[in-house]
Ligand binder design. Structure first.
Ligand SMILES: [Zn+2]
Length: 102
């Protein structure tokens, strides 16, 4: 009976032994958050954060939108309007310098 009680102790999905963050990165303009362990609640919070990352500017956190390659940046970024304009300006300056150096 004692052995059975020990085996049935609930696992704490939030303890360091049972939950580890493996990697956090930006990919294709959104958050990617990889973990080992945890539970459904942790996965739901991570899913929500990943979805929000496509709706909020990656520079300032204000509402933004996905600016894909066709928006003229050369790669996908999630940005608000002011940061999108600033990024385009920065990129065109950089391209201008690269084209002048020949
Ligand atoms: Zn912004």
């Amino acid at each position: 009976m004692r052995k059975k009680q020990l085996d049935e102790q609930p696992v704490n999905p939030y303890s360091p032994e049972n939950f580890k963050v493996a990697q956090v990165k930006e990919k294709f303009a959104g958050l990617r958050f990889y973990v080992h362990g945890g539970d459904r609640r942790i996965r739901e919070v991570i899913d929500m954060a990943e979805i929000l990352s496509f709706l909020l500017c990656m520079r300032c956190g204000l509402p933004g939108k996905l600016r894909d390659e066709k928006a003229g940046l050369g790669w996908d970024l999630t940005l608000c309007d002011p940061h999108y304009k600033a990024e385009k300006k920065r990129l065109s300056k950089r391209l201008g310098k690269l084209l002048r150096v020949k």
